[in-house]
Design a binder for this molecule. Structure first.
Ligand code: ZN
Length: 289
């Protein structure tokens, strides 16, 4: 088993608890033990929603590179209204992106999912049902959901995903364990557009552009966000990237560009998990939480 910060947190809390129990008596002991429990629980709870803390394992949040390149990622599709309009815009701007698709939607709109691949985009796993509380599922149900999404996406696109973005980017030890079993690397982002909020396109683009840096992974949605809001935001974002001298790559291309020695005929190989004896480490040393 690979040691994570979660294990270190539990170990530190245990040691602190033993010390408190030995050094203090009566009410003081219980007050301090209570505070310790609250502190440790709060740290673990924040680790669930903040992937860059690496509380339970390595999430790919940003690719460590000096190249002025970023990855645009779109979640929750494919969507029959927004996705085709987005694809037209991306084609017009000559941009290839990474789509974290919901397995059930791929099964419902297979032609759209196939179009993503045929137009050069990367399609990855965003669960089958996209339950809001996916991270609360048991290990068995989580495994079944992710595997079902793998099958649904692979059956349509011909390529089994290698990345998994948990719904809401929420993780826990079970999510990491199941992803590793299925050969999937947990992927989050370095900046979110928060495009589900009814904000003007300028605000959505600005939230991403203010976090612009080499290797950034930007998160937007083609599912659940109307095209009339998403497209102007993407257009402004692409203008901003172009003005700053940045180009957009698929996530696998971005990782491969950061690791030239990993380049192969299939850039997706740069994202292939290389399980060590612990089964949880990934070859993508470019992965930066
Ligand atoms: Zn989602």
């Amino acid at each position: 088993m690979r040691l994570t910060r979660y294990h270190l947190l539990l170990g530190a809390a245990l040691v602190a608890g033993v010390l408190i129990a030995g050094l203090f008596t009566d009410a003081t002991r219980w007050v301090l033990l209570g505070l310790l429990c609250v502190l440790a629980s709060s740290c673990a709870a924040l680790g669930v929603s903040v992937p860059r803390w690496r509380m339970f394992g390595q999430s790919l949040c940003r690719v460590r590179t000096a190249e002025k390149a970023v990855a645009l990622t779109f979640d929750d599709g494919p969507d029959p209204e927004t996705t085709p309009a987005l694809l037209a815009l991306l084609a017009k701007r000559g941009v290839r992106a990474t789509f974290f698709c919901v397995g059930s939607r791929v099964a419902r709109f297979p032609a759209l999912a196939l179009r993503l691949v045929s137009e050069g985009h990367q399609v990855e796993n965003h669960s089958f049902d996209h339950r809001r509380l996916t991270n609360l599922l048991s290990t068995a149900r989580l495994r079944a959901d992710l595997a079902r999404a793998q099958r649904a996406i692979g059956a349509v696109t011909g390529q089994a995903p290698r990345l998994f973005r948990p719904p809401m980017c929420l993780t826990n030890p079970r999510v990491f364990r199941v992803a590793a079993e299925l050969g999937l690397q947990i992927t989050a982002c370095s900046a979110r557009g928060w495009d589900r909020r009814p904000d003007p396109p300028e605000s959505i683009a600005w939230r991403l552009l203010r976090r612009l840096e080499p290797g950034a992974v930007f998160l937007l949605h083609d599912g659940g966000v109307p095209a009339r809001r998403l497209l102007p935001a993407v257009d402004l974002l692409l203008d901003g990237l172009q003005a700053s001298g940045y180009r957009c790559l698929r996530l696998d291309e971005l990782a491969a560009s950061a690791n030239p020695h990993l380049k192969s005929a299939d850039p997706r190989d740069s994202l292939r998990p290389s399980h060590d004896s612990n089964g949880t480490d990934f070859r993508g040393r470019s992965a930066d939480a």
